[in-house]
Design a protein around this ligand. Structure first.
Ligand code: SF4
Length: 282
């Protein structure tokens, strides 16, 4: 089914955590919330030169996409200005597609992103509408949906997914997929819970490997034309079964490290894609 809808191309992305920790929000899975005694030390926003260095490194590793992520509720003018300047310079210098993940946004924010050349905006729903209040109390599901709708209204690609294994039921997973179907995102990143010390979900169990594979397949069936990206937590959830994740319907990967956790070696991921007959998108 994947090959008939999206072919055998795989989209490979590198994440860049441009402002680590210190976030005002209380997402229960997140070690970047300032509310939890996690192992993440808050750091200020990186310099434009650091954005460029990270983008050059991503390109050199063979990624076609570079995603700039900041740990904030939403962007301040100063933060947005620096991200926009960095995106302009990256797009001038490198043939990368650039995505950003900047939290809750307004029309004015999105106009800036369109002007500076951003290709895609990530804003996850994370879980079902019913389960969301058990995961976050500082903003609402509706606020997330509004940002997603604004992204699309401004003609930018929407990247919207979530995290499996946060105590949701099977019905929640189906409802979550139904919400995504209504949004029609270009990309759906699927993460699996990787319990972070100090967060309210620190003791959460990992998702069973075959349950994880089943969710990847369900996502492909629910959103047949989307870029279904295999993202955080896949290494600890699937271990030696990651090939099966790509065979279950995923068509993209985050390579290298995630925002606060380590990924496996990029070479292992490229070897997996080659073994499975994927062609890496430039
Ligand atoms: S997921 Fe994002 S908004 Fe929520 S606490 Fe973490 S950085 Fe903040």
């Amino acid at each position: 089914m994947r090959t008939s809808f999206v072919g055998s191309q795989a989209a490979v992305e590198v994440l860049f955590n441009a402002k680590r920790g210190g976030c005002s929000e209380d997402c229960h899975f997140c070690s970047q919330s300032a509310r939890y005694a996690s192992d993440v030390q808050a750091e200020p926003l990186q310099t434009v030169e650091s954005f460029l260095e990270a983008a050059r490194a991503a390109h050199a590793r063979g990624a076609g996409e570079f995603c700039i992520v900041v740990a904030v509720r939403g962007p301040s003018d100063a933060l947005l200005g620096r991200v926009a300047e960095s995106v302009r310079r990256i797009k001038r210098e490198l043939p990368l597609r650039v995505a950003v993940s900047l939290g809750i946004m307004t029309e004015a924010h999105l106009r800036v992103l369109v002007e500076c050349g951003v290709d895609k905006v990530n804003h996850n729903l994370e879980t079902s509408r019913r389960h969301f209040p058990a995961i976050c109390t500082t903003h609402t599901y509706e606020e997330r949906l509004e940002t997603c709708a604004l992204v699309k209204r401004h003609g930018l690609e929407l990247c919207c997914g979530g995290i499996i294994g946060m105590g949701e039921t099977i019905e929640d997973r189906l409802d979550f997929l139904a919400e995504l179907q209504a949004l029609e995102p270009a990309e759906v990143p699927i993460n699996f819970i990787n319990p972070r010390p100090g967060t309210p979900l620190a003791e959460q169990s990992l998702v069973e490997p075959f349950e994880a594979l089943r969710f990847v397949a369900m996502t492909r069936l629910a959103l047949p034309s989307a870029l279904v990206r295999f993202a955080g937590g896949r290494e600890i959830t699937l271990r030696g079964l990651q090939d099966l994740g790509m065979r279950s319907g995923a068509s993209g990967l985050v390579i290298g490290d995630y925002l606060t956790t380590k990924g496996r070696q990029a070479e292992d991921d490229f070897a997996m894609l080659e073994r499975l007959g994927f062609e890496v998108m430039a």
